[in-house]
Design a protein around this ligand. Sequence first.
Ligand SMILES: Cc1ncc(COP(=O)(O)O)c(C=O)c1O
Length: 407
Amino acid sequence: MNAASHAELVAASPHVMNTYARLPIAFSHGDGCHVWDVNGKRYLDALAGIAVNTLGHNHPQLVPALQDQIAKLIHTSNYYHVPHQETLAARLVELSGMTNVFFCSTGLEANEAALKLARKFGHDRGITRPQIVVYENAFHGRSIATLSATGNLKVQAGFGPLLEGFIRVPLNDIDALRKATDGNPDVVAVFFEAIQGEGGIRPMRTEYLCQVRALCDERNWLLMIDEVQCGMGRTGKWFAHQWAGITPDVMPLAKGLGSGVPIGAVVAGPKAATLFAPGNHGTTFGGNPLAMRAGIETLRIMQKDDLLANATRVGAHMRAALERELADEIRSTRVKEVRGLGLMIGVELDRPCSALVGQCADNGLLISVTADTVVRLLPPLIMDTTQADEVIRILCPLIKALLASAP
Ligand SMILES: Cc1ncc(COP(=O)(O)O)c(C=O)c1O
């Protein structure tokens, strides 16, 4: 395709609803950690479709497995048994130490199921107006329920009335959590991301995770940890909360679980696994054979190629390189913090930096900026240190130039 037709392709898209501020780029194909646009320009992918393409692009084992599955069965509906659901559920149960799984197709659906589980948990105990603790700056999705749980006024604006039944608290403050809930018999669950993604790569501290687990046990609440973005090996453990040695009662998953095939799952432990009975919850696409095969193969390849260790190693390499290259900016606090775990890294600047997204793309690198001031890196878990060095080589001079200009 020539340059003119590329420009035409991206200049106007009159029939697609205008819900995204898109870059003027359209991709034609990918391989490993690279993608190519329709003009043939190559980009290094440090975003992985927002933490989705766990195995990168055109993976030599995933692609034939999906082709095989497409030729056999794509979809059958949940009127029938889907044997691949049991295979994937058994594997998720083994990796999480939990007991049962419900499959859906997206992150918000997994969170929606979690919120319904929490309400059912309350109703089964005679609590008719159950309340769920949620967090400042949280992001859980864009349905009305998950939007109500989300802690971002910009995302919520224009969609009221939001759902009742949420109590909002700050991160990492156990006294604030106690104070917000003391004496309230209607609280049924605490719900948060182990590391906030859209909120700016903000981790829950290990000590806090342990304190909340203990409080949930003491008060018989469900601990529900949204691992949609930070789960599936991204931080170097299968699930980010495992760094604290705790196990939640409910864990929504999506994004990286299918390496690009839409999939969601809510994993439940003994306190939540039998709350739903037939008729309480469902979805047409959830758990279809193609999505299940994508999940099974993703987990198999991650294990075989030890991608958790790779995420830890390459993530540490990348963070160290960022800290080295940006040492002056860190010292002068124009870079406020480099944070994250494994291949989930945020660089918080002292000013809005969304311009970096387009500048990086111009230089052949895909990244994102979230929460206005945080450069976010979420590369495929197959990225190697040479590619990580390339990310740094392109990104850091652009950050430096932005910080050298007037704020
Ligand atoms: C932590 C978290 N939860 C839920 C969601 C919503 O997932 P989806 O866009 O698949 O509905 C996201 C999406 O970014 C997320 O980061």
